[in-house]
Design a protein around this ligand. Sequence first.
Ligand code: IPE
Ligand code: IPE
Ligand code: MG
Length: 258
Amino acid sequence: MSSDSSNEASSSSEGALPKHVAIIMDGNGRWAQQQGKLRTFGHKAGVDAVRASVRFARKKGIKALTLFAFSSENWKRPKDEVKVLMQLFNLVLSSEVKKLNKNNIRLKVIGDLSAFEQKLVDKIRKAEALTENNTSLTLNIAANYGGRWDIVNAAKQIVADVEQGLVKSEEITEESFNKYTCMSDLPTLDLLIRTGGDHRVSNFLLWQCAYAEFYFCETLWPDFDEQKFDEAISDFCQRQRRFGQTGEQVSPDNQGQG
Ligand code: IPE
Ligand code: IPE
Ligand code: MG
């Protein structure tokens, strides 16, 4: 065995690594409040945790990392907090894209961008275009994203294609529907992590998480580091994914026996 493990983080993982991990990065506000600071201080600290998780995902060989940055419901927050979140998104786009590109990382943004200022949308599209041929990791940021929006958006596009005669309604299948949803160009979602202690999906990837493994941890997002991420991956690697079959059917000892 090679002693050069620079491309791999240490872990006790047994099964296959997840190809696609999504994270509900929750707990920034509480993290700041615990220190007697404003919630927005937590969002700023959360950016460091984003950097660490991207670095780790790349090092670990994960192919896609989808991060929930702003939900379609987060507009309901106090105006000042929403403003800081938008500013941060803008700032991070300006400061990180070059580095992402240098590290061969492809950046994508999913969500209803029509609600954002045109300048921000242009910046996002430019960053996506710059990094589109990068192959080490796809960093997929969900901004003004809602799982229900994603499904309705897909349905609208299918209706438009049916109306134009490009698709017949009787030909629509789960597989063809999937092509209209966000992330259909990425590996299937394997693992969904939520930090911050709550056990809910908060309208994240409703269609895509049909057979994802869920991992919940108490850690507040700014404290989620390489080690915590690795714990989640190790946990995933020890699970048996059955996809409706029996444990015996999917057991490695039974490969090829149907
Ligand atoms: C997640 O942290 C970040 C966003 C939703 C943008 P929160 O801001 O929800 O933090 P808590 O859950 O209130 O602690
Ligand atoms: C989910 O967290 C959204 C993001 C992490 C961006 P929330 O903090 O908004 O979720 P709820 O409101 O607790 O369900
Ligand atoms: Mg929260």
